[in-house]
Design a protein around this ligand. Structure first.
Ligand code: NAD
Ligand code: UDP
Ligand code: UDP
Length: 338
């Protein structure tokens, strides 16, 4: 292949087309990094069910084989234990890059956002795949604009405790746009706002999983600070629909993907109480440093250009995760990687 001008191991090459997925559309081969995680495993389910081939790359840092076990034995599904910080050779059409230690207790351990994103962009460049980055609302930091539009550049502390995540994702966005402009890689950027649902890690300290698990265990819900800080919570199937619409659409982004319904942590605690156990209580704990005071997506861009908006409200979505949490807590599965 002469198009990349390189003849090395990582030089650009093409690979044979695959069998049709059904009438009118060719089956795609799709990589999902972080596919054993919470969001990734739901995305994989959707891609497999529409007839595509899916290769999951995951090092099980926070992901779990249980999230994918129902797909083992499916000839269109493949699971590779691999750390995306190391290079990898695959021949694919699309890359959904989700791999990332994605919660405060995990994300300081790993250079995934920079090295992992670079490797996946290198892979996309070599095989001509379309690359989608799952960035985050954290790129807006403690926002001075409310609600946040994609045009807002953010207010991030570069040396704080959360910085490796916020700045890691900001760097990942920069790398993505550099490969787009410099190497003609087709890219898509999603900025995901707080998302919840079945298969969420039980032990990673995020507020929805904490509150739901605490109430099931008959423990008080731990509200950090005064509980008046706000977040906007999106149900996972809405996010997955948005990610696929973005990947399949014409626009690079970035796009905010989130549910604009805004709740204080005290209001969230109230909804969890109403949903699971009316005798639930709360206790106040000191808040963490640099905690954003409020967050709410402006999703008009995604509505207009992707024809996407979330459909499931917090009151509808919360009950949908309770059975999954109950059975995992009952089985003593604390959500740790295998
Ligand atoms: P998760 O922790 O459940 O999933 C992340 C997955 O990546 C895990 O399976 C983990 O094992 C894997 N992983 C981590 N480092 C890796 C590495 N170096 N190599 C290979 N695999 C690795 O988290 P999630 O909530 O599913 O998040 C998925 C993506 O969405 C992340 O990129 C995250 O930053 C982004 N996001 C999520 C939310 C949310 O509220 N869930 C919000 C904003 C952004
Ligand atoms: N890379 C990879 N798989 C591939 C192609 C590239 O993991 O199929 C990695 C490669 O090892 C490098 C990174 O992606 O570390 C960036 O690749 P690129 O070709 O853009 O950069 P270069 O190797 O020219 O510095
Ligand atoms: N939070 C809380 N109790 C908990 C966990 C988190 O009150 O047990 C608060 C936290 O201080 C923050 C909000 O909930 O203000 C959302 O935290 P999370 O870690 O879920 O998401 P992020 O801060 O990344 O938006």
């Amino acid at each position: 292949d002469s198009s990349s001008g390189s003849s090395g191991f990582f030089s650009k090459r093409t690979f044979p087309g695959r069998v049709p997925a059904g009438i009118g559309r060719k089956s795609l081969r799709i990589v999902v990094t972080g596919g054993a995680g919470f969001v990734g495993s739901h995305l994989v389910d959707k891609l497999i069910s529409r007839g595509d081939e899916v290769i999951v790359i995951d090092n099980f840092f926070t992901g779990r084989k249980e999230n994918l076990v129902h797909l083992f034995g499916n000839p269109r599904f493949e699971l590779i234990r691999h750390d995306v910080v190391e290079p990898i050779l695959l021949e694919v059409d699309q890359i959904y890059h989700l791999a990332c230690p994605a919660s405060p207790v995990h994300y300081k351990y790993n250079p995934t956002n920079v090295m992992g994103t670079l490797n996946m962009l290198g892979l996309a460049k070599r095989v001509g795949a379309r690359f989608l980055l799952t960035s985050t609302s954290e790129v807006y930091g403690d926002p001075l604009e409310h609600p946040q539009k994609e045009t807002y550049w953010g207010n991030v502390n570069p040396i704080g405790e959360r910085s490796c995540y916020d700045e890691g994702k900001r760097t990942a966005e920069t790398l993505t746009m550099d490969y787009h402009r410099g190497a003609d890689v087709e890219v898509r950027i999603a900025r995901i706002f707080n998302t919840y649902g079945p298969r969420m890690c039980l032990d990673d300290g995020r507020v929805v999983s904490n509150f739901v698990a605490q109430v099931i265990r008959k423990q008080p819900m731990t509200v950090y600070g005064d509980g008046k800080q706000t977040r906007s919570f999106q149900y996972v199937s809405d996010l997955v629909d948005g990610l696929v619409a973005l990947m399949e659409g014409e626009h690079v982004g970035p796009f905010n993907l989130g549910n604009p319904g805004e709740f204080t942590m005290l209001e969230l605690a109230e909804v969890v109480k109403e949903t699971i156990d009316s005798s639930a209580t709360i206790e106040f704990k000191p808040n963490t440093a640099d905690d954003p005071h409020k967050r709410k997506p402006d999703i008009s861009k995604a509505k207009e250009l992707l024809n996407w908006e979330p459909r499931i409200s917090l009151r509808e979505g919360l009950p949908l995760m309770v059975n999954d949490f109950r059975s995992r807590i009952l089985n003593g599965d604390e959500g740790k990687g295998l």
